[in-house]
Design a protein around this ligand. Structure first.
Ligand code: GAL
Length: 412
């Protein structure tokens, strides 16, 4: 008996010792955006109680600040153990081409993930014969948010086309609403709205043609995107340059604006942080002109070469890819699970409708959130949007965008 107890004690010590260590997770999910990540880290700590988990966040929507810090760390030989990166060109066209990531194909095989993630998503994580990150969510970019009771009060309904949006804007202005559409600053909320306006103007094929190089940014149809974007900007708040995406959503929640176009992390913010009920506290519709298309993006985590706590990082990735973790994270985040076997009953009404659209809509990739263009394009594009907002010169913006696309190898 005594001997058995000793053995148990010895085993317990060994497993604690094996689990001890450190894990540094790098992302931009801080503050208001933190609850879903925190729930995931809690799960990790429960499974690996000896590990000191460092939650290294750099605030700033869409990772505008975090990506710059990450670059310095990666190039300086000080990578975090695992970091947030979007599926698509942000991963493949940036860190994989630079040979900075470990191939995770064997993990995909041992965890049985090849049949658990969507067939169309894995290619966006793959190149050069490897698979380079683990997706934790699927977010939708092209969503328009509103408060149903406020629209009723103002006597308007969610506009279905860009023309309708502009008409509704005039109706609301005539009723005294100075900024019918709210928007945040040019770091990402304005480019984010641009991509929905572009999809709504060009249609799905036109949007895809931009990224395959079939449609030039200088084509009159693509110039029209800027013209429409300018008209929509005329419906927005004058103080946008000082607002985060959350503050722009607050304007809708408080009835100061009628609409905001933002990805469905806004649903996470409204349901989890503001405690609003989907359907009554807030409503949603596809961004005008984009019904039937799910403009998607996916947050994933990878394993950089030279990670200091490799074992702990691999355990983190295993957890991330599990059904349990995905169904803990996504209901709080506003996204749906990347895994196809997730338990949809754990999700709210918004996410259930997003899950249905993900299954039935046409799928296209987000620009601002890493799917269709590499970082070189993205970092320059923010500047073009900011400049357009100042000078409203659609032709100049179209030419600058085409020059940037040529430089970044888009359509090559
Ligand atoms: C996106 C990211 C989302 C959310 C959003 C706002 O790029 O994929 O998960 O964090 O930025 O910060």
């Amino acid at each position: 008996m005594k001997k058995a107890l000793l053995i148990v004690a010895a085993l317990a010590t060994t497993s604690t010792a094996a689990a001890a260590g450190k894990l540094e997770i790098f992302s931009w999910w801080s503050g208001d955006e933190g609850p879903a990540l925190n729930a995931l880290l809690k799960l990790y700590r429960q499974k690996y109680p000896g590990v000191n988990v460092v939650n290294a966040t750099v605030a700033g929507g869409a990772g505008t600040n975090a990506k710059a810090v990450l670059k310095t760390r990666m190039l300086g030989g000080d990578p975090p153990d695992s970091f947030q990166v979007h599926a698509g060109q942000e991963l493949i066209g940036t860190w994989v081409v630079a040979n900075r990531m470990e191939d995770l194909t064997s993990l995909y095989k041992s965890e049985g993930w090849l049949s658990k993630f969507p067939k169309d998503l894995i290619p966006l994580l793959s190149s050069k014969g490897g698979i380079w990150s683990v997706p934790v969510d699927v977010h939708r970019s092209n969503v328009m948010w509103y408060v149903p009771a406020n629209l009723k009060k103002w006597g308007v309904t969610p506009p279905k086309t860009i023309d309708e949006l502009l008409k509704t804007c005039q109706t609301l202005k005539a009723k005294g609403l100075a900024a019918p559409i709210s928007v945040g600053d040019s770091s990402f909320p304005q480019p984010h709205m641009w991509e929905s306006i572009a999809l709504g103007t060009l249609g799905t094929q036109g949007w895809n043609d931009l990224w395959s190089g079939k449609l030039k940014f200088t084509d009159p149809r693509a110039v029209q995107v800027w013209t429409n974007f300018g008209k929509v900007m005329d419906c927005t708040n004058k103080d946008s340059s000082g607002l985060t995406w959350q503050q722009a959503i607050d304007r809708v929640a408080k009835g100061q604006s009628a609409f905001n176009i933002m990805g469905d992390w806004a649903a996470g913010y409204m349901a989890t942080t503001l405690k609003l009920k989907p359907g009554t506290g807030f409503g949603w519709a596809p961004a005008p002109g984009t019904a039937g298309t799910f403009l998607f993006l996916s947050d994933s985590f990878g394993l950089p070469k030279g990670a200091k706590d490799r074992t702990e990082a691999v355990n983190w990735l295993k957890l991330l890819g599990s059904k349990q973790a995905q169904d803990v994270f996504n209901p709080l985040k506003g996204s749906i699970a990347a895994r196809t076997d997730s338990d949809i009953s754990k999700y709210n009404a918004y996410s259930q409708s997003a899950a249905k659209d993900w299954r039935t809509n046409k799928i296209a990739g987000s620009l601002i959130h890493g799917v269709v263009a590499p970082e070189t394009f993205m970092s320059g594009f923010g500047g073009i949007v900011a400049q357009f907002v100042q000078n409203r010169d659609a032709n100049a913006a179209a030419q600058a965008t085409q020059a940037l696309a040529d430089q970044s190898g888009i359509g090559k």
